[in-house]
Design a protein around this ligand. Structure first.
Ligand SMILES: [Zn+2]
Ligand SMILES: [Zn+2]
Ligand SMILES: [Zn+2]
Ligand SMILES: [Zn+2]
Ligand SMILES: [Zn+2]
Ligand SMILES: [Zn+2]
Length: 249
């Protein structure tokens, strides 16, 4: 419990070292004890615990000191300061430390009796810092790296390197399968491109005009006689050297 929540709970009173030394101005006008989470009458500045005055307001709207219709204010900051300076003992049983309420938080961070939760995920162990130091060496939820397979596992989990390796093999097999699918997909595409290219070579001239396969071979090309005529009928073209010869009108 931190000092803010302590100062708002009635547990605070049981921690006060010397209740008799408390300034009478810090007492609640209703319960006559140290004000918890103080509120004040806006007219006469009388202090009340939040709980005490809220309970009273359900039945009676007048201040018992000044007999006026009550208007609640937050008290002057000095009131909270005075309360935060009250000497208390540590909230942890077994701890003999004494401090001002305002110093409780910083004390709890190092209090030997403060209970903390084991930091290992999954572990519910809660104890003092001292006990925690011992627990750290035995906690079943602490992790360990297997020297053989480098897998990090919890101490209380059975670990079998073979299992780990088999799992890895399975994952790799699955990856290879996926890659093979990708490769055969690429192969198919390459094949399609080759086929298209071949079709082009046999059926189209470089102007991408469709060949007229019925056209007799021309002797225009000096290098070979494989010549096509474009379907448009305005040019011969050699399939191999791509030289075009325009038809004379
Ligand atoms: Zn009260
Ligand atoms: Zn009043
Ligand atoms: Zn303590
Ligand atoms: Zn643990
Ligand atoms: Zn292993
Ligand atoms: Zn040619």
């Amino acid at each position: 419990m931190n000092s803010k929540s302590i100062s708002q709970s009635s547990k605070l009173r049981s921690l006060i070292l010397d209740p008799k030394s408390i300034n009478q101005h810090l007492m609640c006008a209703i319960c006559k004890e140290l004000v918890i989470d103080p509120r004040e009458c806006g007219r006469c500045k009388t202090l009340f615990c939040s709980i005490c005055i809220n309970t009273q307001l359900e039945q009676n709207q007048t201040c018992q000191k000044c007999s006026q219709n009550i208007q609640l204010n937050d008290p002057h900051p000095i009131i909270r300061n005075l309360i935060s300076e009250i000497q208390i003992k540590c909230t942890n049983e077994g701890c003999s430390q004494q401090m001002q309420i305002s110093k409780l938080d910083s004390h709890l961070k190092q209090c030997e009796q403060e209970k903390t939760k084991c930091p290992h995920s999954g572990c519910d162990f809660k104890d003092t810092l001292q006990q925690m130091k011992i627990h750290q060496y035995t906690c079943g939820y602490r992790t360990k790296t297997c020297q053989k397979c480098k897998l990090i596992h919890k101490m209380n989990e059975g670990h079998d390197c073979l299992d780990v390796v088999l799992k890895k093999v399975k994952i790799m097999e699955e990856q290879i399968k996926q890659q093979n699918i990708i490769i055969s997909d690429i192969m198919l595409k390459v094949e399609q491109i080759h086929k298209k290219q071949n079709d082009k070579n046999t059926n189209f001239c470089s102007n991408e005009f469709e060949q007229n396969l019925d056209t007799p071979k021309s002797d225009k090309c000096q290098q070979n006689n494989k010549t096509c005529i474009c379907k448009k009928g305005d040019a011969y073209q050699c399939i191999v050297c791509k030289l075009s010869e325009f038809l004379s009108p």
